[in-house]
Design a protein. Sequence first.
Length: 69
Amino acid sequence: MNEVKVFEDWCKGCGLCVRACPKSVLALSKTHLNKKGYYPVEVVDQAACVACCACARTCPDTALEIHKN
């Protein structure tokens, strides 16, 4: 299974990665704040990830890393 790793403290909650993901693997947290005070992105459906890397390429803060298996 492919894995999306989120560097939560780098995320500013812009949502660009959420919009870029064709499989709806990601969502912005509605309850959890990171150390910077933003609602970071969360992985909501790891199994749906096809490792297209659209999220990681879109993220301006390089807060995502994709591991292809």
